[in-house]
Design a protein around this ligand. Sequence first.
Ligand code: HSE
Length: 428
Amino acid sequence: MKKVGVAILGLGVVGGGTYKMLTEHRELYQKTQGIDLVVENVLERNRERALSLGVPENKIAANIAEICSNPDVDIVVEVMGGVEPAKSFVLSALNAGKSVVTSNKELFCKYSHELEKAARKNNCGLFYEATCVGGVPVIRALLDNLQGNNVLSIMGIINGTTNYILTKMTDDGASYAEVLKEAQRLGYAEANPTADVEGYDATYKLSILSSLAFHTKIPYTKIHREGITQITPADIQYGKQLGYVLKLLAIGKNSEDGIEVRVHPTYIKNTHPLASVKDSYNAVYITGDCVEDVMLYGRGAGAMPTASAVVGDIIYCATHPSFRYSTFKNTEEADPATKFVDNFKSAYYIRLDAHDKAGVLAKVSSIFSRHNISVAQMIQEDEGETEGHVPLVFITHQTKEKSVMKAVDDINATSDIAEVVSVIRVVS
Ligand code: HSE
C-alpha cells in the first residue's frame, strides 16, 4: 500500500482536529483510499499540548528545517494561522518539494500569488479548502463541480461569529455589546473580535471565493467592507416588521457591467434560503448560468469540521498524480483588464429620526425624488425616543449606491427635517 507522510504545523484547534482525524481514521483511509496516511512530524512549540494529543515524542520536530529535510514527509499541513512565520514555513516546504495543505485564509488571501508560484516551480500541490467556510466544501465545488458554469453570483454567510451575534440580537432583542460579551464568554468570539466583527475575515474569504468563481484575481483590497458594530436592535426589529432578516453577507457578482464585491450587513427576505442560516452556521449561495441556484450549508469553523476540509485536501493530494493551479493569472494586484463596479445597484433600508411636523415627509420625498430613489415600503411610528421626533423607515426599490449616499447627505444637511440614523443594503 502507498504510504503518504504528513507533517502538521501547529496543533491548535484545527491542527489538533486534523491529528485526531488522521490517526483515528487511518484504517478507514487504508480501506477506502488504498493509502496509508501517516503523521510523520508535528511542529508545535507547546510540547505538552502535542504529547496530550498522543503525538509520540520522536515525531515532534525541533524546527521547519527538520520537516523539510525529512524524506518521509510528502505533505505539509499548515494550520498555524497568521502571516508569519506561516508564510516562510510554507515557502520552505514547497521549495523542499513538499505539497502543502493550508487552512490559513489570511495567508492565502494575501500571498497566494507567491505560494502558487513556488508550488508551480517545484511541481507541488497547493490545497486550501479549509481557508473558506470550514467544513463546507465550497472551494472544491467551485474548482471542480461548477467549472462548466459561468458563475453569475456568489452570496454567503461566511463568518460564524457575526452570524451568531446577529442571530442572538434578532431572537433575544439584545444589544450588540451584550451579545458580543456573551459570545466571548462562550468562546464563540475572540477576545479581540475585530477581524470577525469588522468584516475582515469575510473579506479574505470572499477574495478567495470570488477569484475562483469569476476566474480573475480579486484582491481583498478591492472589496467594499463594513462590519456589524453599528447595528442596533431597533434596526433588526424594523427589518423584521418589513419581512427581512439581517445578516453579514459577502456578495460577489459578475455581469456585463463588471465585478462587484462587497461585505456588509444586509437585509434578506425572510423567505430566502440564507435567512434560515442561524447561529454560527455558514452557507454559500451560488448562481451559475446552467446550474441555477446551489446552496452549500454547514459548519464554518470548529476543530473537526475544519479538519474535515484539511483531510479532504490531504486525501485529494495523495490520490491525484498531478496538480492544477489557478485558472487565472494569479498576481498580487487585480488584472488591469478587470472592471470593478463601485456604484453598484441595491435596494436600501433607510431609517430617519424625523421632526414630527407638517411637511417633513414631503421634503424627504422630494430629496428622494431628486436622486431618482423610489420607495417600496415605509413605516412611520407614532412616537420616537426623543420628544417631537419620530422614526421613519423606508425600503427603496433598486437604486444606485451613490444616489443613496447623496440623498443621505442632503437629508442630513436639512437638520430641521430629519437625520439619517442607519442605511443598510437590502437583497430583495
Ligand atoms: N472566525 C471565523 C468565523 C472562523 O467566525 O467564522 C474561521 O474562519
